[in-house]
Design a protein around this ligand. Sequence first.
Ligand SMILES: [Zn+2]
Length: 408
Amino acid sequence: MPSINPDRLLGDLYELRKIGAYKTGVHRPTLSREDVQSREWLAARMAQAGLEPVIDGIANVLGFSRAGGRKMLAGSHIETQNHAGWLDGALGVIYALEAARAVAEDKACAGLGVDVAAFADEEGHFGNFLGSRSFVGALSEADIDQARDRTNGTPLREALAKAGYAGRPRVQIDPSRYAGYFEAHIEQGDTLEATGLRIGVVTAIVAICQYRIRVTGEQNHAGTASMARRRDAGLALVRLLAAIDRRFPEVAGERSVWTTGRITLEPGDPSIVPGGAEARFQFRDADPAALERMRAALVDLIAQANRDGRCPIELTRIAASTPAVMDERFQAVLDKAAERHAPGKHMRMPSGAGHDAQYLARKVPAAMLFVPSIGGISHHWAENTSDEDIVLGARVFVDAIADVLKGS
Ligand SMILES: [Zn+2]
């Protein structure tokens, strides 16, 4: 088996952490000065590892192995949310780099190779998974034309030009080159920590179904409109949301989650009965049957509210993805590697968050591994994982990749 070098692995993570350091975390939004600096740093590291680095026209950083035999693609993303953690994304990219180095150094892996990828803007500063979508051929030039930074409004084209990446070709995956795709990531939840386990083998990445719920009432004076005659859109909306929360546990899966992330009342004045109300509602699961049951329950509850109530409610689906199932054979290989390094301390679990692997899975068999997040904290500068868990995860990750490449 290839052996990882813990000091080299942690050293790279610590060095990357310095670029855009913020408290104990990192502020490295896509195509910011610090982000571009980190991409150039990574490309140089890839070259030192004997890979052929390319930063393409969407800012993906790719390191191609020169090995002549079977190759694995591995990676994640390198930019961060604003004022966020040091491991979200970076961990998977540096694991991939360490895998490339360890496989290249192992005589038993002669001829085999690992390509490393840092996909641009997984964190969605300019759009949705722009880098991995570009890599699998699911991002048009028009998508790029329209994309703007959600924090400061800068057009993506302008940011790419400033970074020096405009006009470069966008590299697309050649699926025949790869045995598959492996991505490691921090769990971002507390399941592993709460159960005392150290490795999560991802079964599927959940689908997210997003809706707009719009209620139409009648705007009126909060003092003079009697309770009997008023049509309060806000009240109708919160009643519906409460009904959803009562019904969903009956139809949802064990790990289903549902969230009302935004509620707006119009005009939103303390002394005016709301004439309009709107909520953004979403639910997630990895099981298509559970998703369908939740969808049907939502439609049914709204139909019932429209029969009984005085304020018409309208449901609009904004977006719906499908669950991305991870390769069963790769999951078994990860189980085996986890059992080797952490006997009895691993579990299979779905990913409640989206990851680049969901797009790569459209083209090649894909796998994901999770390491514990301390306190389940992520998308916050306090995000952390112990060095021991980082090193252990890398051992499992690299072993599994070598296993697949060697065809065992
Ligand atoms: Zn991430």
